[in-house]
Design a protein around this ligand. Structure first.
Ligand SMILES: [Zn+2]
Length: 308
């Protein structure tokens, strides 16, 4: 069986102002880098309202739809913009993750990567922020729990920024383990170890600026992997941000492309042990175009090795 790749041309229709790091070229570079790989290519559907409503209130969804401009840009917060194609892009992004969960849980594919934008892990219950509109990873987790009836799902977020949105959306969901590592201090400022969720199902792993792959590996081996193995999730969702890369302009961690391959391989190993290898990975950040393309390629290659 092959790793699935879910994407949609609508995700290129979300345009940001000149100079904005979260830009169309990110996804273009990734799709180009993945072109030669032997993947099960799927078109991402629009997310259903039922799935959005599991994590965002109706008012919020209506406000986001209403904020989309007919031309030009709307600024939602300090660094989050919408263009005429943004709603469709966000619906495809969330729809990709939900569809990937369906494909993996039905056994049609062993694992999947969603090449989508805008990203999702900063979107809180009723607040768009940090380039994100909908909480893609969290709504994928809720879909797996509520629609498919799973008892336990884990979200692992290795983006360099704190997955504050995922943490917020799953804060009081005892069936979801949220593990998020982040450079600290760094925007958005949250993600301290004492933020542990209503049921102690949130694990925050701060990493110091200028630290690299060795520190990351030690932290994951000491904290994240034992928690994952003990929780025994039936599905692992990865918030795959590649902005901890040493070449990334938005942060100061020094992970190499090999580190992204390593963490992916380790997560695949754990998924093999606890949940028949079931992984859904979704794109979050990563802002140096070449590093992003290379690290994403390495990440997807590890998913493919595990799928064999
Ligand atoms: Zn990020």
């Amino acid at each position: 069986m092959k790793t699935a790749l879910l994407t949609h041309a609508d995700c290129l229709g979300h345009v940001t102002p000149d100079g904005h790091p979260e830009r169309v070229a990110r996804l273009e570079h990734i799709l180009h880098a993945l072109e030669a790989l032997d993947l099960d290519r799927r078109t991402a559907p629009m997310v259903a309202d039922d799935d959005l409503l599991r994590v965002h209130p109706e008012d919020y969804i209506r406000d986001i739809r209403a904020a989309q401009p007919a031309e030009g840009f709307t600024q939602i917060d300090g660094d989050t913009f919408m263009s005429p194609g943004s709603v469709d892009a966000a619906y495809r992004g969330a729809g990709a993750v939900v569809r990937a969960v369906d494909l993996v849980l039905s056994g049609e594919v062993p694992n999947a990567f969603c090449a989508i934008r805008p990203p999702g892990h900063h979107a809180e219950t009723d607040k768009a922020m940090g380039f994100c509109l909908f909480g893609n990873a969290a709504l994928g987790a809720k879909h797996a729990l509520d629609h498919h009836g799973l008892a336990r799902v884990a979200v692992v977020d290795f983006d360099v920024h704190h997955g504050n949105g995922t943490q917020d959306l799953l804060w009081d969901e005892k069936r979801a383990l949220v593990i998020t590592s982040q450079q600290m201090p760094l925007w958005p400022g949250s993600g301290r170890p004492d933020e542990t969720g209503a049921y102690d199902t949130v694990l925050n792993i701060p990493l110091p600026p200028a630290s690299g792959g060795a520190e990351m590996r030690a932290a994951y081996e000491a904290q994240a992997f034992p928690r994952l193995r003990a929780f025994k999730p039936e599905l692992i969702i990865i918030s795959a941000g590649f902005d901890a890369h040493q070449d990334d302009p938005l942060a100061n961690l020094n992970w190499s492309t090999r580190d992204f391959a390593w963490i992916t391989a380790e997560l695949c190993k754990i998924a093999d042990e606890v949940c028949e290898g079931r992984i859904v990975s979704t794109l979050e950040g990563g802002y140096d175009l070449n590093a992003l393309a290379e690290a994403t390629h390495a990440h997807v290659e590890e998913l493919m090795k595990a799928a064999r």
